[in-house]
Ligand binder design. Structure first.
Ligand SMILES: O=C(O)C[C@H](O)C(=O)O
Ligand code: SF4
Length: 509
């Protein structure tokens, strides 16, 4: 095979996967959008998501800033050189990172050092299989960290909140899957897709679950029991009321695919892989002689360009403009449900910075300022100037152990993130006078466009996603989901969805 050509094909596959959602995923999102009532938070969030998908198409830039852990699944005819193919894929990954199509996402687990090019021990993941066919099939999934963290594995029998005992049968499996959707809440950027693996051991079960994510969203399970279960889950899970971003709403789950394998007598695992709405997986058929792409996968059927649909971000909520430095009085006037438009400066800070700030000074005066939980995709031009290529929020709950203390220590008035935070932060917001602002997860192009300039950067030694970027924004829109009066939309939705979950306690299968 001509390896230069194969490398070029892999580069195309990576760029396409990161920047353009496949047709089957678009159709699922379009359907969800039709179900939400105009003016609700869910409808507003879906409008932003759709707008973001279109912007990523036009800009050929990452749909979400977290371009995930690239995983390639490759089927090859006998006689193809897999060692050379691996090298070509690694070169294509490094090039796509350099071009801002992938975020540098490969971090040394012991030192925290970012390799800068998405290569590292075991990364990217490449799984080869030989087959009798005369062509190469390459599939790629870019699954981000927020949804990966919501994967869950059950060992049957077990006791589940809301649902009671889950036994070693189809009905027990049913309960585990419903619980998996419930426990994800909005943190994995719902509405999501799930792949389920029944059986195997812990690792084979998860592999099987992830394998399901490669099935087309609209296929039909050939196993009759599993077909019924998939249909049931799609209906029941969408009654949980978690909705887009966990804001409440009609659509919580966009797809459910279940696979089964044998197990050993003592073990009975149900493994669930959760994928956010930004479901980036594509595939190509490659000619083994030339290395050229012969066909794109997941692109059958009707195209959804969302063009005819109204994509304006409208809502019935009160709108408030915020500009830092913000006073305590301004913050205390905000209530859960208000839509905030931010102008002026915001500072990014995520895992490494929160840990660091616990026992160090901040490099800038954060009094009255806004922290953005975000790890953007950044590119430096030839004059040394930084440009934002993608900049949506990251899951805030990871900062729960630090957030309250840091807000009080530095006088921070607002944090922007997604998925909400817990009781400790809620108490700190009340005591100190702070708010939590929920941005739309995955809307990395939409938010990148709100950023007018990059005014500075600190802690670049933590790597691009973990650095503190000083960003000047205009009309950066988010929803108040936790206020300084002890209210939390996340707490409310968690409670109401648990009540709804309990309605599915009775045996069905
Ligand atoms: O790492 C990120 O930027 C986001 C992450 O995928 C998340 O969902 O929290
Ligand atoms: S931020 Fe949301 S959309 Fe992006 S990878 Fe994480 S979970 Fe997915």
């Amino acid at each position: 095979m001509v390896m230069e050509k194969f490398q070029e094909s892999m580069y195309k596959l990576i760029v396409e996967t990161s920047t353009k959602l496949p047709k089957d995923v678009r159709r699922a999102i379009a359907k969800a959008k039709l179900r939400e009532n105009a003016g609700t938070r869910a409808a507003m969030s879906l409008a932003t998501i759709v707008q973001n998908i279109q912007m990523a198409d036009e800009n050929v830039s990452p749909i979400c800033q977290d371009t995930g852990l690239p995983t390639f699944k490759i089927k090859v005819p006998v006689g193809v050189n897999q060692i050379e193919m691996k090298e070509a894929i690694r070169r294509a990954v490094a090039q796509a990172t350099k071009d801002g199509k992938l975020r540098p996402n490969s971090v040394d687990s012991l030192t925290g050092e970012n390799s800068g090019d998405n290569l590292g021990i075991g990364l990217p993941v490449m799984k080869f299989e030989q087959w009798e066919k005369d062509y190469i099939d390459v599939r790629l999934i870019l699954k981000g960290g927020g949804c990966e963290n919501k994967n869950i594995q059950y060992s049957l029998p077990c006791e589940l909140e809301g649902l009671g005992r889950a036994g070693r049968d189809l009905d027990g499996i049913r309960k585990c899957i419903l619980h998996a959707v419930y426990q994800a809440q909005g943190q994995g950027c719902s509405a999501g897709f799930i792949g389920v693996g029944i059986g195997g051991d812990r690792s084979a079960g998860y592999d099987l679950a992830k394998e399901q994510l490669f099935r087309p969203v609209d296929d039909v399970n050939p196993n009759e029991d599993l077909r019924k279960l998939e249909e049931y889950i799609m209906e029941a899970a969408n009654k949980l009321g978690i909705g887009t971003m966990g804001f409440g709403g009609e659509t919580t789950l966009l797809g459910c695919k279940i696979g089964v394998m044998h197990r050993i007598p003592a073990s009975f695992f149900v493994s669930v892989a959760y994928n956010c709405w930004a479901f980036r997986r594509l595939g190509v058929i490659i000619d083994p002689h030339t290395g050229d792409i012969q066909e794109w996968l997941y692109q059958e059927g009707e195209n959804v360009d969302f063009k005819q649909e109204e994509t304006e971000m409208t809502s019935e909520a009160r709108e408030v403009v915020l500009e830092a430095p913000i006073t305590e009085e301004q913050i205390r006037s905000l209530k859960v449900g208000d839509v905030v438009r931010i102008n002026g400066m915001i500072y990014t800070g995520r895992d490494a910075i929160h840990k660091h700030l616990m026992d160090h000074d901040a490099p800038v005066d954060l009094n009255g300022q806004i922290i953005y939980h975000c790890g953007p995709v950044m590119l430096k031009d030839e004059n040394g100037k930084w440009h934002v290529k993608a900049a949506g929020p990251t899951t805030s709950i990871r900062e729960e152990p630090y957030q309250g203390e840091i807000m009080k220590k530095f006088g921070i008035r607002a944090v922007i993130g997604k998925g909400g935070m817990g009781a400790k932060t809620l108490a700190a917001l009340k005591e100190h006078g702070g708010v939590y602002l929920n941005a739309i997860g995955g809307a990395a192009q939409y938010y990148a466009e709100c950023i007018q300039s990059v005014e500075g950067v600190d802690f670049l030694e933590f790597g691009i996603p973990e650095a503190m970027w000083h960003l000047r924004v205009k009309d950066f829109t988010a929803v108040v989901t936790m206020d300084s009066h002890g209210n939390s939309l996340h707490e409310d939705i968690e409670k109401s969805s648990l009540e709804k979950l309990a309605q599915f306690k009775e045996r069905v299968f």
